[in-house]
Ligand binder design. Structure first.
Ligand SMILES: *Cc1c(COP(=O)(O)O)cnc(C)c1O
Length: 481
């Protein structure tokens, strides 16, 4: 065991000791539903952070946009996720919550989650490198992706990282590799339970023709899968991830249930508990309409407990891969209103937050509406009668709008627009349209009184960096052809 592994094992033991008080706390609150207190608390922390970001000069006319991360909120989501599954499994059931790195590919965030007992689900060499840079141990890391190269597979197997094969060809590669170099990696297969899509087609991974996994209901597929396990006694895991935002809870439960039934069939045919761990994926949808966190991880876990009890009776270890539901509510984009103008009869606030930090919302506004909060030039919540206005970004195309005709107190030059619930798949997912710089990202924690402390998660991108990554060092490359 490396020092790092030893350190992590120690940290997770310490984490286990802390679990009892968490449970007692939750037991005292039998509703276990989304608590209004915590929604109000997180809104209050956000207001404090916005004010402090302005007062401390994190945003100003020269740095007109930042991403903010609520460290208290992230820690709290991590602990409520763990408590949710502890509450529905017998003590000692191995449960690995592997955060989908895709949702927030930032090393300090992965490190914060690691300290909170959360591992990493990675889907590319880059994501694996980030998880390793954060100190997430191989035993807490899971590799999924539909297009793993031989080199990527070899690295994962050498490190002992869990691998979920996507398809028969990938399994054949793993066969060849494990024959020549034995591995400690737990190996599973991803199946597509084909239970249907949610409201966002692009994020529905369990449709009849999804590109992910082995399509379970296709002719002959189920028998092929069972035989694949019988032929490979070392395959011990089964994986499904049925979709992300837009999936109703009920459909997610059906996907998990189909996966569990398949594991039971394989184990029965094998005459032993060959599959010892079921990876249920992530995909808990997030409420983008208010500060309430709903549905909660606890609600999902309880629904699984009542609908798929065998999954949680202690015979199976579990892996989860939540991304958005751990981070989305804890991020805010804060952008200065550069100009306030009007066109036709429509007031328009031209801000610095647009397609570069909110690509999904700009290109698919109906699927990805975001809340926007108005703050004045001093960072105080703005009041005033609601006026329908467009919140526009800085990019040079007409569709670069974060909201159209949104009723808000009228934004004026020098005010700030805060784009809420953007902690996952937004400001950490820069889209370099118009060579707009990646904004700085800062974590915050509120202290006593109004005091807010910030820590830099990612420096703002400089002009030199933009030039360098745009071929600046190869200025003459095309002249000599
Ligand atoms: C994207 C993805 C996740 C995370 O989805 P969220 O909606 O962010 O929870 C988990 N597992 C796999 C395989 C994914 O592709």
């Amino acid at each position: 065991m490396s020092d790092q592994d030893a350190e992590t094992a120690h940290a997770s033991e310490a984490g286990r000791e802390q679990e009892a008080p968490t449970r007692r706390l939750r037991a005292a609150d039998p509703s276990e539903g989304p608590s209004e207190g915590s929604a109000a608390d997180s809104a209050a922390r956000r207001d404090q952070a916005v004010r402090a970001a302005v007062e401390q000069g994190l945003v100003d006319p020269a740095s007109p946009i930042v991403g903010l991360l609520d460290v208290t909120g992230i820690r709290s989501s991590a602990s409520t996720l763990r408590a949710a599954f502890e509450a529905v499994t017998p003590p000692g059931t191995p449960v690995l919550h592997a955060f989908a790195v895709k949702a927030s590919p930032l090393v300090p965030v992965l490190r914060l989650l690691r300290d909170a007992g959360i591992g990493a689900e990675v889907a590319s060499p880059g994501e694996l490198a980030l998880a390793r840079a954060a100190g997430v141990p191989p035993t807490h890391t899971v590799l999924d992706s539909p297009a793993k190269t031989p080199a990527e597979l070899r690295d994962a197997l050498a490190l002992g990282i869990a691998v979920n094969a996507d398809n028969p060809q990938e399994l054949a590669r793993i066969d060849a590799m494990t024959r020549s170099a034995p591995t400690r990696s737990p190996i599973g297969l991803r199946v597509n339970p084909q239970i249907g899509g949610g409201s966002i087609g692009a994020l529905s991974t369990a449709t009849a023709s999804s590109k992910f996994g082995v399509a379970l209901l296709d002719e002959g597929a189920r028998e092929w899968i069972v035989q694949a396990y019988l032929d490979r006694p070392w395959m011990t895991r089964l994986h499904a991830h049925s979709g992300s935002q837009g999936m109703p809870l009920e459909l997610m439960v059906r996907g998990v249930s189909a996966t569990y039934e398949l594991a039971e069939e394989i184990n029965e045919r094998a005459g032993r508990q060959q599959i010892d761990t079921i990876d249920i994926g992530g995909g808990l949808p997030v409420n983008f309409g208010s500060d309430e966190e709903t549905p909660t991880h606890a609600q999902y876990a309880r629904r699984l407990k009542s609908r798929v009890p065998g999954l949680l009776d202690g015979r199976y270890g579990l892996v989860t891969e939540f991304g958005r539901s751990l981070l989305a509510k804890h991020g805010t984009i804060l952008a200065r209103v550069e100009y306030a103008k009007s066109a036709g009869t429509r007031p328009i606030a031209v801000t610095h937050a647009g397609v570069q930090v909110a690509a999904r919302t700009v290109y698919a506004p109906a699927s990805w509406p975001l809340r926007i909060a108005a703050y004045d030039a001093k960072g105080r919540p703005k009041s005033g009668p609601p006026v329908g206005q467009d919140i526009a970004g800085p990019a040079c195309f007409a569709g670069d709008l974060l909201a159209e005709n949104r009723p808000l107190p009228l934004l004026e030059q020098g005010d700030y627009a805060a784009v809420l619930d953007t902690g996952a798949y937004y400001f950490a997912h820069h889209y370099s349209y118009n060579s707009l710089a990646r904004p700085g990202i800062y974590g915050f924690a509120t202290g006593s009184g109004d005091h807010v402390t910030f820590a830099t998660v990612r420096e703002p991108q400089t002009l030199e960096e933009i030039v360098a990554e745009s071929g600046g060092g190869r200025r003459d490359a095309l002249r000599d052809l």
